[in-house]
Write a protein that binds this ligand. Sequence first.
Ligand SMILES: [Cu+2]
Length: 154
Amino acid sequence: MRRSLILGVVAGLVALSASGAAAAARAQKLTVTLTEYRFTPRTVTVQAGVPVELTLVNRGSMEHEFMVYTAPKSTPDDWDEYVMDNTYFKDMGEVEVVFPNQGAVAATRMFEVEVEKGKTATVLFTPTRKGTFEVGCHVEGHYEAGMKATLIVK
Ligand SMILES: [Cu+2]
C-alpha cells in the first residue's frame, strides 16, 4: 500500500515536469525596455492561452514600474488603488516574477512589478482575457510624462 503511494507521487512529479517543459518550449518570449519615460516597444501583442515570458529591462537611470490594467475612463484619484482593482493579472491564477540573481516571487493578485535601474525582471503568466489593455509606470510623474504602452491579447 505504502509502496504504491510513493510510486504514484513519483509518477505525478514526472508528468508535471514534462508538461512544464512543453509549456516553456512554446512560451511567447518578449522583451520590453523601460527608460525615461517610455516603454519600448509601445505595443505588445500576445496570444491568449499561451504562456508568456515577458522580460522587463530597465535601461534608465531610475526605478520604473510595470502595471497592466483596463484603461480608466477618467484619471483615477489614486492610481495604485485603481490598478489593484483593475489589474490584468487578477483572476488569472499564479503570476511569477523572476529577478535574475535576486530570486523570484509568485502571487495570485500581483498588480505591479518594480524594476530598479539597471535590473531585469521576467514576468511569467498565461493571458486569458482578450482585449486591449494599458501598460503604465506610475512612479510619480512618469505616466504623465508619457510612460505608457499597450498590451493586446488576441
Ligand atoms: Cu517610470
